[in-house]
Design a binder for this molecule. Structure first.
Ligand SMILES: *[C@@H]1O[C@H](CO)[C@@H](O)[C@H](O)[C@H]1NC(C)=O
Ligand SMILES: *[C@@H]1O[C@H](CO)[C@@H](O)[C@H](O)[C@H]1NC(C)=O
Ligand SMILES: *[C@@H]1O[C@H](CO)[C@@H](O)[C@H](O)[C@H]1NC(C)=O
Ligand SMILES: *[C@@H]1O[C@H](CO)[C@@H](O)[C@H](O)[C@H]1NC(C)=O
Ligand SMILES: *[C@@H]1O[C@H](CO)[C@@H](O)[C@H](O)[C@H]1NC(C)=O
Length: 261
């Protein structure tokens, strides 16, 4: 039995499904006959399993903590803006209010520092190659596959090709790659109508990062592939990694999977 494969199977158990730990009868037979797995493998697997559950539990806790802090930050931010507006508008010369404002500013700055530190930390947290970052887990696959095989691999890992929903996420992904990667966007169904693998349209997500220089993308170039360019990639072959390009779905590229945590 391959322990690496085992631990991959545990990843979807983030939601707390421990049923995956049940040993199936055939594996049990193999182990008991002692032909395939020596006894210590069992112990090692159990230890690995516990370690993984621990790590995942930690991730969940961090995620919840982060969201709570984010809510705190938003309300504090609003308070801060309101009070500073009041102060300047009414020119209140009141020592108590000034002191309150100073305290509020201090709390605000501490929380802001904490959050930015936390953001940097979360994007560095990695389990089994998956990187946790702002509510998503990303996997940067270095196998080169065509678009549909890439999506199949992501699905087999309980994930999808990545959907990019804002500038922060776009910047983060760009910072992590050094060559073109498939993303979960295509116009396979209707030419020119780009949809994400979760069926969201670009209008729905509200952002798009197509390459805007010449040749402006998407251009559905048909010179290499008569069926055109119906799959989207972050980056092209010429070193432009900051933007999206449409490309022939038959091309093989590295790819990025994502799943929620
Ligand atoms: C505002 O308060 C300071 C002391 O904190 C005082 O010196 C100043 O004269 C006050 N200004 C007005 C306009 O009341
Ligand atoms: C996260 O990792 C990047 C490089 O991958 C590094 O530059 C950065 O300092 C790290 N951040 C923290 C908070 O460790
Ligand atoms: C950007 O997207 C990420 C991941 O989907 C999300 O966690 C984050 O809150 C978003 N940021 C903004 C500013 O909308
Ligand atoms: C997207 O739409 C297709 C058919 O239009 C459907 O089969 C598929 O389940 C949908 N996917 C999601 C994630 O909603
Ligand atoms: C993608 O690759 C798979 C496996 O090599 C192949 O079966 C499939 O036909 C390819 N699809 C396209 C559109 O090239």
């Amino acid at each position: 039995m391959d322990p690496v494969h085992e631990s991959n199977d545990y990843m979807p158990a983030l939601g707390g499904k421990f049923s995956k730990y049940k040993v199936n009868p055939i594996q049990l037979q193999e182990r008991e006959s002692g032909v395939i797995s020596p006894k210590w493998t069992k112990v090692l697997l159990i230890v690995l399993g516990f370690a993984l559950v621990f790590a995942l539990g930690g991730l969940c806790t961090l995620g919840i903590l982060y969201n709570n802090k984010l809510a705190d930050f938003e309300s504090l931010n609003n308070q801060h803006i309101m009070v500073s507006k009041q102060l300047s508008a009414q020119k209140i010369n009141n020592t108590i209010m000034k002191k309150e404002f100073k305290d509020l500013t201090a709390r605000y700055n501490t929380l802001r520092e904490w959050l930015s530190f936390y953001d940097a930390q979360t994007c560095n947290l990695s389990v089994d190659g998956w990187i946790a970052c702002r509510g998503k887990l990303y996997l940067f696959n270095s196998d080169k596959l065509n678009w549909s095989s890439s999506q199949d691999v992501c699905i087999s890992k309980g994930a999808d090709l990545v959907t990019i929903t804002n500038q922060t996420e776009q910047n983060y992904l760009v910072s992590k790659i050094k060559e073109a990667h498939w993303i979960g966007l295509n116009d396979l169904e209707t030419e020119g109508h780009w949809v994400w693998v979760n069926n969201q349209t670009l209008t729905e997500t509200g952002v798009q990062f197509w390459f805007m220089d010449s040749p402006r993308q998407p251009d559905n170039w048909r010179n290499q592939d008569p069926s055109g360019e119906n799959c989207a990639s972050l980056g092209d072959e010429n070193g432009n990694f900051q933007s999206w390009f449409d490309a022939s779905c038959k091309k093989t590229r590295k790819f990025i999977c994502e799943k929620k945590y």
